[in-house]
Design a protein around this ligand. Structure first.
Ligand SMILES: [Zn+2]
Length: 239
């Protein structure tokens, strides 16, 4: 269907053939050179880690190579990218400038910058680890933000900390599920009287007398031998 000028103006969509089969005659011819270029760029990524980088005194990170490893053409400069990195253990906030280079055929050169800053990130991996560990120690994200402020003079948004914690939850689940319960086989047993919304209840706890680990804790409406036995048997099942 031919596209009239007014339709073309109203719908500023750039139409491009994605395959070499010409199904729709009104769409322009596929650009063969661009397919070639895309394949070339994919192949060029295999060489990303081979490029060496150098830090200049003014904070500019330069790519040392002058020629493309994939097609051996001369690289051209491609402007600057500003990057901020928060270094490990409160060593400060640094501003870098990446001097980008581009191959006329293979496109942007993406060397491994991880010596300066993590991929796609600003904060050193250590901050993420600390945030997750603090969370496991029962600190809430807003409290963890205060810890970073006090320890490292670093203001990290609460939402960033929540994101870091959520990022790891699948792995933590797996880790906890496959970690054996630290039990020595000698358990103590305790009943605590509670009053929950006016009703008398009991917290039945077991505690490993050697490791201090609590294998199981239950709130029960009954106490005594039978309720205790039930809790202990359930704890044994988890071993
Ligand atoms: Zn190239």
């Amino acid at each position: 269907m031919p596209v009239s000028k007014i339709e073309g103006d109203l719908a500023p969509n750039f139409i491009k053939q994605t395959t070499l089969n010409k199904f729709c005659p009104s769409i322009p011819e596929p650009e063969v050179p661009s397919v070639e270029r895309e394949l070339n760029q994919e192949k060029a990524h295999e060489f990303d880690n081979q490029y060496s980088i150098r830090l200049e005194l003014d904070g500019t990170v330069e790519i040392e190579e002058t020629h493309c490893y994939n097609c051996h053409r001369r690289l051209v400069y491609n402007g600057y990218n500003e990057r901020i990195a928060f270094l490990d253990k409160g060593l400060g906030r640094y501003e870098f400038r990446l001097h980008r280079k581009r191959c006329p055929v293979c496109g942007e050169i993406n060397p491994d910058y991880s010596a300066f800053f993590p991929k796609y990130g600003t904060y050193h991996e250590n901050y993420k680890r600390r945030a997750r560990q603090n969370y496991m120690e029962e600190l809430m994200p807003s409290q963890i933000a205060k810890v970073f402020q006090v320890d490292f003079d670093l203001k990290i948004a609460r939402s960033t900390i929540v994101y870091w914690i959520n990022e790891i939850q699948e792995e933590i689940r797996y880790l906890l599920a496959t970690t054996p319960i630290p039990s020595s086989g000698y358990w103590g047993y305790d009943e605590i009287h509670l009053r929950i919304s006016g009703e008398r209840m009991y917290a039945i706890d077991t505690i490993d007398v050697n490791t201090g680990f609590v294998p199981i804790a239950r709130i029960s409406s009954e106490m005594g031998r039978d309720a205790g036995r039930e809790v202990l048997m359930e704890g044994r099942k988890n071993l």
